[in-house]
Design a protein around this ligand. Sequence first.
Ligand SMILES: Cc1cc2nc3c(=O)[nH]c(=O)nc-3n(C[C@H](O)[C@H](O)[C@H](O)COP(=O)(O)O)c2cc1C
Length: 288
Amino acid sequence: MSWFFNNKTDFVNVKILDNFYQTSSFYPMPVVICSTLSDSGLTNLGSYSLCFPFGISKDHYMMLISRSTSNTAGNIRKHKTIALNFIPYDKAYLKNAVELGYPGETTEEKLAESIFTLIPTSRDESEKQAGLEYPDIIKESVQIFECTVDETDIFKYDGPEIEAHFLLKIDKIIMQEQYADYLKAGEGFPTLPVDFGYRDSKQFWFSKHSHPYAEPIPKGKGVNTDAVQYQVERMEGAVKWHPDAYKKLVKVPRIFLKMVIGKINEAAKTEGIDLVTPEFLDKVNAKR
Ligand SMILES: Cc1cc2nc3c(=O)[nH]c(=O)nc-3n(C[C@H](O)[C@H](O)[C@H](O)COP(=O)(O)O)c2cc1C
């Protein structure tokens, strides 16, 4: 009767093949349509999944791994600019993403088969760097990271013939208003596709994620400043907070947090202070 029970709990060895993430594992990835400038001045569109956050605190970077000879890689090396367009889950878009993921096509051929609407970069003149030109972006995107390539030696692996790694500095993130509202409210998610890759050399596999649920961080795991930091980062205005200052507010009930932070920012502004420190909070508290 062993067939009756699902008792297949033993691990077996899996051979590590090239492109191991999709051939030798189940690895959920994003779907990003990279737009770059081609030599003819047209915007090229290429599908990419190996595109992940790389520098996340002070400097904000993405890492893109591309076939060394792709249009995208060539365009980034030359023009130094790229936009990462996150398309929503939609089977027609994903079908087109697979078409745009076929190696060897020219930009003109790709544009002829693309179903996406191209619009100019969202950068205004003050956000443009002298001497740089920027690719168009995809109107149907949920969010877009507009980036420039960082060619310092923090990480360099424009690897031997096969793969190239590009460090992309995020200059600007734009998002459809509805989703930006979700972000501010801390509730709601866009439906983004999950790519499991080109597993069997015949087809790509995508899924739609189900609605995310919230799993609170256990109480007693030490002082958790996440909620404070989260709220501080979502407030309008130029006042910045030193990370040590978050700790001072961990006992403020969630529903009052926004109001309290707003008042502190106002006090900082009135006093001409642009960095909220623990000492400043002590001062505000003493006055109160
Ligand atoms: C969903 C999807 C994800 C892909 N992800 C990558 C990737 O991360 N890196 C890569 O080199 N190629 C990836 N490819 C293959 C590229 O799209 C393919 O090399 C294409 O020719 C790139 O276009 P380009 O030459 O215009 O840059 C992916 C293809 C699809 C359909």
